[in-house]
Design a protein around this ligand. Structure first.
Ligand code: PLP
Length: 456
C-alpha cells in the first residue's frame, strides 16, 4: 500500500477514509456519496484543504481553537514535555510538574472558591466525573438519596453514556438506551422557538421556575444537582433571557442543590470573560472545562471544584479517574495556551476589538429576508432562519433542512459555519481580526442569498 500522505489525490484519500473511518455525527450515506473534505493544514483563522481551498473557520474547529491555528510555541512545549516525561499518571499519590502548574493557574483564573481541579481527557469525561462526584458528595454527607441530576432538553454535555444522558438531545437519547436513570430534563430557555406570546423576560422566569417545579416534584431530598451551559452552544447558541440565570441561582440556593456550569464552550474567553459564569452572573459549585483550555491542541478536560465539595470528596477515596487524567503533555500544552491568552491580552482583544466588530457584522445580517433573530454574546452567536421574519415561523419542510442547505452554501463559499436545526451558529477563534470578521460577513451573506434562491 502506498504511504498515505497529503500528496495523494483527494478522491483516493476520500475513498480510503470512507472505507475504514467511522465519523462522529456524520451520516454514512453522505460520506460515501460525497466524500469528506480533507483538511491538510491551518494557520490563524484559516483552514486549507486538499483541493487548495483556503477556508475561513467561523467555528474555531469545534468551538475550541481560541488562540487560532499554527502556534508553534505549543508544539515546542509538547515536544519538550514528551522528551522529558511523555506520560505518567496521577493515581495512587503521584503527581508531576505540568499537572501541578496547570491546577495552580486554573485555580488562579477561576472565580470565587473554585480552587480544585479533577482532570479528564475531554468534556464528556469531565461531565461523567461530575455526575459521580455530586452523588458521592451527597452520599458522604449522609444523604445518599440525593442523586437526581436535573438538566435541560436540547443541552449538550457530551457523548459518553453519562454525559449523553445529562444532555438533552432527543436524537442521541434515541440511540443506545439513554438517558440512564436518575436524570430529569426541564425545558430550555429558547425564547425564539418556544416563547410564544410571552416577553423574553417573562419567558426567562417561567423557564427557570421549571427547575423549582421539578425539585418539588421529585423532592428536595432526592435532587443532587442542576447542570447547564451558561449559554447553550451545540443546541444552537441559545442565549437565555436576562431574567433566567438569577432565578436559577435563587432556586439552587434555596433548595441546597449543587450547581454545575458546563463551561466547555463558554470557558477561556468565549463570552468575553475567562468564564461564561462571570458574564452571566452565575456562582457554580463545579465548572466543566475542556476545548479552550488547550485551544484544542491537546485533548484535555476537567472539573473545577469549589472548596466545600473538594473537601468532602477528599475526605475519603473517590474511586474514579482516567489513565489520561492530568496527562503531562496535555497539561503542559494547556498551560502554554493559557500563557498566550494571558500575556497576549487575548481577552482585551476580544472585548475591545473582535466583539464589537463581530456583533456589528452579525446584527448586520438581520436585514436578510431569510434571517429572523440574530443573537450574540461575546464571540458566540446564532441566527434563526425563517420563511417569515415577523411571525417567527418555522419552515414547512423538516426542521434542519434549511439550516443544512445554508451550511452547505457556506462551505461552498469557503466558510465554516455550523447549523443546528434551522439556526446558523458562529464561534470563531478569539484572535480574529476585524477584516477577517468582515470577510465572514461577506461569505455568510453570499451563502444566505444562494440559500434563499434555492428555497424559493
Ligand atoms: N459540554 C459542552 C457544553 C460541549 O459543548 C461539549 C462538546 O461540544 C462537551 C461537553 C463534550 O466535550 P467533548 O467533546 O470534549 O467530550
Amino acid at each position: 500500500m502506498p504511504a498515505i500522505t497529503n500528496h495523494l489525490p483527494t478522491s483516493e484519500l476520500q475513498a480510503l477514509d470512507a472505507a475504514h473511518h467511522m465519523h462522529p455525527f456524520t451520516a454514512g450515506g453522505e460520506l460515501a456519496a460525497k466524500g469528506a473534505r480533507v483538511i491538510t493544514r491551518a494557520n490563524g483563522v484559516f483552514l486549507h484543504d486538499s483541493e487548495g481551498n483556503e477556508i475561513l473557520d467561523g467555528m474555531a474547529g469545534l468551538w475550541c481553537v481560541n488562540i487560532g491555528y499554527g502556534r508553534g510555541e505549543l508544539a515546542d512545549v509538547a515536544a519538550r514535555q514528551m522528551r522529558e516525561l511523555p506520560y505518567y499518571n496521577t493515581f495512587f499519590q503521584t503527581t508531576h510538574v505540568p499537572a501541578i502548574a496547570l491546577t495552580q493557574k486554573i485555580a488562579e483564573l477561576a472565580p470565587g472558591d473554585l480552587n480544585h481541579v479533577f482532570f479528564a481527557g475531554s468534556g464528556s469525561e469531565a461531565n461523567d466525573t461530575n455526575l459521580r462526584m455530586v452523588r458521592t458528595y451527597w452520599a458522604i454527607k449522609g444523604k445518599p438519596d440525593k442523586h437526581i441530576v436535573i438538566s435541560r432538553k436540547n443541552a449538550y454535555h457530551g457523548s459518553s453514556v453519562g454525559s449523553g444522558s445529562l444532555g438533552g438531545m432527543t436524537a442521541m437519547h434515541a440511540q443506545g438506551g439513554l438517558p440512564i436513570p436518575g436524570i430529569v430534563h426541564i425545558d430550555q430557555p429558547n425564547w425564539w422557538a418556544e416563547g410564544g406570546s410571552m416577553s423574553r423576560e417573562e419567558f426567562g422566569v417561567s423557564r427557570a421556575k421549571q427547575l423549582e417545579v421539578a425539585i418539588l416534584e421529585h423532592g428536595e431530598d432526592k435532587v443532587a444537582a442542576f447542570i447547564a451551559e451558561p449559554i447553550q452552544g451545540a443546541g444552537g447558541v441559545i442565549i437565555p433571557p436576562e431574567t433566567y440565570w438569577p432565578e436559577i441561582q435563587r432556586i439552587c440556593d434555596k433548595y441546597d442543590i449543587l450547581l454545575i456550569a458546563d463551561e466547555v464552550i463558554c470557558g477561556f474567553g468565549r463570552t468575553g470573560n475567562w468564564f461564561g459564569s462571570q458574564t452571566l452572573g452565575i456562582k457554580p459549585h463545579i465548572m466543566t472545562i475542556a476545548k479552550g483550555l488547550s485551544s484544542g491542541y491537546q485533548p484535555i478536560g476537567g472539573s473545577i471544584v469549589c472548596d466545600e465539595v473538594a473537601e468532602v470528596i477528599g475526605s475519603g477515596e473517590f474511586n474514579h479517574g482516567y489513565t489520561y487524567s492530568g496527562h503531562p503533555v496535555a497539561a503542559a500544552v494547556a498551560l502554554e495556551n493559557l500563557r498566550i491568552l494571558e500575556e497576549e491580552n487575548v481577552l482585551d482583544h476580544v472585548r475591545d476589538v473582535a466583539m464589537p466588530a463581530l456583533h456589528e457584522m452579525w446584527h448586520g445580517l438581520a436585514d436578510h429576508p431569510l434571517v429572523g433573530e440574530t443573537t450574540i454574546t461575546g464571540m458566540m452567536g446564532s441566527l434563526a432562519l425563517t420563511p417569515h421574519k415577523d411571525s417567527r415561523a418555522k419552515f414547512a419542510m423538516d426542521a434542519g433542512t434549511a439550516g443544512f442547505m445554508c451550511r452547505e452554501r457556506c462551505f461552498a463559499n469557503n466558510l465554516v459555519m455550523r447549523h443546528v436545526y434551522d439556526r446558523m451558529v458562529i464561534s470563531p477563534p478569539l484572535i480574529i481580526t476585524p477584516d477577517e470578521i468582515a470577510e465572514i460577513g461577506r461569505r455568510a451573506r453570499t451563502a444566505l442569498d444562494e440559500c434563499y434562491v434555492q428555497l424559493k
